[in-house]
Design a protein around this ligand. Structure first.
Ligand code: WT7
Length: 653
């Protein structure tokens, strides 16, 4: 075999700047710079043009309508997202292509491939199952599932019948499931008996049982993944396979209004309470479809692998909906990247001849740490393109990804976006470039972003400020927070008014529009790619009755990006000990799940407070980062800072 094709070349003048080769341009869906000007001149017409590439039962009457906190896309249009993923592919003659490849964690188990026709059949059957359970359009359905094909089937079936799915990450605690199911008013939860993680069978059903207590959930559908018996609650719990056995294969997809609610996905805001981000059908479908097609250069025969979990927005959009909208194969891996050893990622790429890999900086840093010998053992020459998402990437991780994994041949597409934006918003295109470490790139065509100062003025190139997205808003931008439109307005549209969406991310942009995202400017952390509010960890710890007061701040971490550090004041009479520390970690596990665990719990006698009694988190943050604490004159207890200085001194810890 000859050398694999090169898709990028070095800039002759600038260090670490790469451009698409002629071959990449020839292959890419867009390779002409003029696409940006065209989209900018009339963004609404731009999105309309590409909206016509998907299937509508009825075309829209009006493409974009703006009202404060009530913007709409493709008004009057009728479509079904699952129909677009499945029926449309079959109608176009793609029914025998592989839609999904599922790679189980245990290496002795065989991978499963499902064609578009087979997936269509299963989704149709499960749609009938849900209808048989009394689920109708608009009902909310919880999905608490591991990385198995049934997770995709469940989401697709909801979309097909017009039910609103609310996926809860399988590693989230029962309490998290309960809060979300109560907030969403969910009628049914779809779960599994368990899954494999690092060779261990994890019991998910037990958590689901606890999590649905005290919620409006009437039925629990359980997928059998493990070879063990599982207690089932009569009248409530139903086996997926038994329901599927008797279900009809014929199902007509529901005609949904473009603005009908498609799904809710809970994510962390700055308070202790996660918010239900709402996404509607038409705009989400169009932007998911187009961004995946252009950004990941999706073509017939591609085996595309996004390593996110279906519980995150990345999994929703770029494992499930967008690859299927584009008729490619989406790979789903059940388990951990270190099972059975550090080579698993690369073994999967070799085995399935993966063409695009989309992962997160925190994962890349971990692979880098594990060493080059692992990827070197495998043939990675099938890869054509690499993607990254979730947090700012550092130069070392980018270069390692580019050179060691991509063999210096593949572009690295650094996509900035959020749960709220539904789909990619800022990144450079594989046929246009440039590809520069730490620079996400320009806003996707049809998306207008600017860097603003606190007062809302557009900043000059190179100046650091806040990234804002201007109306006409991109079609997939969230339509609100479920049951809390006041919070929606307060969070995103008070800073710069109703026509400029405030992202909460710091950024700077050069003369050519290439943007570097510098990270969150609020109290939202990015812990190993998981979004988490410091307030959530605080309120979890506060649930332990030995805790009197608690403050949580983030601290940079080599591998995880950021980690929470908790300052805890215990109630009078309670002495601190490793025992209590363990107990508190357990409390966080119970309330949030392992993703919320502090990196460090520091017991203190006092925390710095303002005269009005508010905890000065700014000072704590400076302390854990070894930065100057700044002006302390407004504190009621400046002496607390000295004590803390000695306590936080745990360099390298
Ligand atoms: C936050 C959103 C949407 C995908 C997964 C995360 C950060 C996301 C990047 C990137 C720098 C990034 C931002 C954003 N972020 N992508 N390419 N470069 N930062 O979704 O959990 O809603 O988190 O992730 O801070 O606000 P999320």
């Amino acid at each position: 075999m000859g050398d694999p094709m090169k898709w990028v070349k070095k800039d002759p003048e600038k260090e670490n700047v790469f451009w698409p080769t002629e071959a990449a341009k020839a292959r890419a869906w867009v390779s002409d710079e003029s696409i940006y000007a065209e989209a900018k001149a009339d963004p609404v017409a731009f999105w309309e043009k590409y909206a016509k590439e998907i299937h509508w039962f009825k075309r829209w009457d009006k493409a974009y309508e703006f009202a404060p906190e009530a913007y709409k896309w493709f008004v009057g249009g009728k479509l079904n997202l699952s129909y677009n993923c499945l029926d449309r592919q079959i109608d176009a003659g793609n029914g025998d292509r592989i839609a999904l490849i599922w790679e189980p964690e245990p290496v002795e188990e065989e991978a499963i491939s499902l064609t578009y026709k087979e997936l269509h059949r299963l989704v149709s059957k499960f749609s009938n199952v849900l209808k048989g359970l009394g689920v109708t359009k608009g009902d909310r359905i919880g999905i608490y599932m591991p990385m198995i094909p049934e997770a995709v089937i469940a989401m697709q079936a909801c979309a097909r019948i017009g039910a609103v799915h609310s996926v809860v990450f399988s590693a989230f605690s029962p309490d998290s499931l309960r809060d979300r199911m109560v907030d969403a008013g969910a009628k049914v939860v779809i779960t599994a008996d368990g899954y494999y993680r690092r060779g261990k069978a994890i019991d998910l059903k037990k958590n689901a049982d606890t999590g649905v207590e005290g919620t409006p959930v009437e039925k629990v559908v359980v997928v059998k993944r493990l070879d063990k018996s599982t207690p089932m609650t009569p009248g409530r719990d139903l086996w997926y396979h038994e329901l599927m056995d008797g279900a009809s294969e014929s199902h007509q997809a529901e005609e949904m209004d473009s603005e009908d609610l498609l799904f809710l996905l809970y994510t962390s805001g700055t308070t202790g309470k996660p918010k239900g981000i709402m996404h509607t059908t038409g705009g989400y479908a169009v932007q998911s479809y187009l961004t995946a097609k252009w950004n990941f250069d999706l073509h017939e025969g591609d085996i595309y692998w996004c390593t996110a979990d279906v519980g995150w927005i990345t999994g929703h959009t770029y494992i499930n909906y967008a690859p299927l909208l584009n008729g490619v194969t989406s790979l789903l891996y059940e388990g951990s990247p270190d099972a059975p050893d550090y080579g698993r990622m690369w073994a999967i790429i070799e085995k399935h001849k993966v063409t695009q890999l989309y992962t997160a900086p925190t994962a890349i840093r971990m692979f880098l740490k594990w060493g080059n010998e692992w990827p070197k053992k495998y043939d990675l020459s099938s890869l054509r393109l690499l993607g990254t998402v979730g947090e700012p990437i550092n130069v070392d991780a980018w270069m390692w990804y580019f050179e060691v994994i991509g063999g210096g041949r593949c572009p690295v597409i650094d996509t900035w976006w959020q749960t709220e934006t539904g789909a990619n918003m800022v990144n450079n295109l594989p046929g246009i470039g440039p590809f520069i470490p730490t620079v996400a790139g320009r806003t996707f065509p049809g998306v207008h972003g600017e860097i603003l100062d606190a007062g809302g003025s557009v900043l000059a190139p190179g100046e650091g400020g806040y990234l804002a997205i201007f109306s006409p808003f991109p079609p997939a931008l969230t339509r609100g927070i479920y049951g809390d439109m006041e919070r929606f307005k307060a969070q995103y549209f008070t800073e710069y008014g109703p026509e400029r969406y405030f992202t909460s991310d710091g950024a700077r942009m050069d003369e050519t529009g290439n943007t570097r995202i510098t990270g969150r400017v609020d109290d939202v952390m990015n812990v190993a790619g998981h979004r988490l509010a410091t307030a959530e960890v605080e309120s979890a710890l506060a649930q332990n009755n030995k805790v009197s007061e608690v403050a949580v701040v983030s601290r940079p971490h080599d591998l995880k990006g950021e980690v929470p550090i908790a300052f805890v004041l215990l109630k009078g009479g309670v002495d601190h000990s490793d025992e209590i520390r363990k107990e508190l970690m357990g409390t966080v596990n119970q309330v949030i799940g392992p993703t919320g665990r502090p990196d460090k719990i520091i017991f203190v006698d006092d925390v710095p407070k303002t005269r009005s009694g508010k905890i000065m988190r700014r000072v704590l943050k400076a302390l854990v980062r070894d930065e100057p604490v700044g002006d302390l004159t407004t504190l009621q207890n400046p002496e607390s800072v000295d004590q803390l200085k000695s306590l936080v001194d745990y360099k390298g810890g």
